[in-house]
Design a protein around this ligand. Structure first.
Ligand code: S3P
Length: 202
């Protein structure tokens, strides 16, 4: 005899906000967009994507190979198209390459369709994180720290156009950073008089 299946036992788990708009992490190389982004996506139970990984997969080449063979303008064009495609998917966490938000068309698309979060970090912290990691074509320079400093100076006013700013602190765990982002986005939602909120609190 087949037993009637018992009703599922409800398991609500810890209360997590429901994500309504994709959270796009922006900021300089080394800010922790990918590592913190993965943790944030797990926390919110949503998909995580990394625009650099998607561009590399679409091109069948690594990021340095794309820069070397096709050039930076082709990379930026691919980056814009990949990000536009990813913003069509269901809400999730999207980590972008450091230059994506600097491109006016890419920035406009992110501003229109997602909630942007600048992971802000000081130069010493960024440098400590990128100095021994190859694979960033813009830092293949005799004085890579000076390049990073120059990018930071020129790009910071643009990153500051993000909806939400969260400081990346030395020694803060990915978990702590992910929770700080959720809190900052919730604050931003509640400060806005109108508009669809990014997070729906349980
Ligand atoms: C870039 C940052 C890189 C990558 C490419 C260009 C930039 O991504 O997109 O090397 O212009 O700052 P990360 O910020 O993930 O290192």
């Amino acid at each position: 005899m087949i037993e009637p299946s018992s009703p599922p036992i409800p398991n609500p788990g810890p209360a997590v906000p429901r994500l309504r708009r994709t959270l796009v992490l922006v900021g300089l190389m080394g800010a922790g967009k990918s590592s913190v982004g993965k943790r944030l996506a797990t926390l919110l139970s949503v998909p995580f994507t990394d625009s650099d990984a998607e561009i590399a997969a679409a091109a069948g080449m690594s990021i340095p190979e794309i820069f070397a063979t096709l050039g930076e303008p082709a990379f930026r064009d691919g980056e814009r198209r990949v990000i536009a495609r990813l913003l069509n998917e269901r809400p999730g966490v999207l980590a972008t390459g450091g230059g994506a938000f600097i491109e006016p068309r890419t920035r406009a698309e992110i501003k229109r369709r997602a909630t942007s979060v600048w992971l802000r970090a000081d130069l010493d912290l960024l440098w400590d994180r990128v100095r021994d990691r190859p694979g960033r074509p813009l830092l293949q320079a005799p004085d890579a720290r000076a390049v990073l400093e120059d990018l930071s100076r020129r790009r910071s006013p643009v990153y500051a156009e993000a909806d939400v700013i969260v400081d990346s602190r030395r020694g803060a765990s990915h978990e702590a950073m992910a929770r700080a982002i959720v809190a900052a986005v919730a604050d931003w939602d509640s400060a806005r008089a109108a508009g669809r909120p990014s997070l729906e609190l349980p």
